[in-house]
Design a protein around this ligand. Structure first.
Ligand SMILES: [Zn+2]
Length: 158
């Protein structure tokens, strides 16, 4: 994973980040092995929800957590007890798409994108999905792990 890799993937992630409404640049909180998965999830979401609003892309219990809303909910100050800007069925459908990619991430190494399996060696702090070589390479120490995996993603988040 070098600069060339960044050059190839950056435009793919820019398309995803363009759905982020925040004033600050969007931060991808995942390892580089899941970039393709994130892009595929984005494509699946756009196909049904062209105006979907990006909320988060992170790792949660060793799975990809791609979190979005079917469309913008408007400024936070305007949120009341009113129903959000989409139907229950739309939200369920969106969650089904997100879940499909969460399931897919269960067998993709978050670090290199190769075939991975659940690693519970970092319990109770942080389970991960990794291949054998990456299981050996990713530090057990939580702080070190985050530093190593996300150093790479910083190029995208910059
Ligand atoms: Zn790997």
């Amino acid at each position: 994973m070098d600069k060339t890799h960044c050059v190839i993937f950056r435009p793919l992630l820019d398309a995803v980040a363009s759905h982020w409404p925040g004033a600050q640049p969007f931060r991808f909180e995942i390892g580089p092995g899941w970039i393709g998965l994130v892009r595929d999830c984005h494509d699946a979401l756009v196909a049904e929800f062209p105006q979907y609003e990006l909320r988060a892309v992170k790792q949660k219990v060793a799975e990809l957590a791609f979190q979005a809303w079917p469309r913008s909910r408007g400024p936070r100050e305007a949120w009341g007890s009113d129903a959000p800007n989409w139907t229950e069925a739309e939200y369920r459908q969106l969650c089904r798409i997100e879940d499909r990619f969460a399931v897919r991430s269960q067998s993709i190494c978050e670090r290199c994108g190769g075939p991975g399996i659940l690693r519970e060696t970092r319990q109770p702090i942080w389970d991960m999905t990794l291949c054998d070589p990456c299981e050996a390479a990713v530090p057990m120490n939580f702080i070190e792990r985050v530093r190593q995996l996300q150093d790479y993603m910083r190029a995208f988040n910059a």
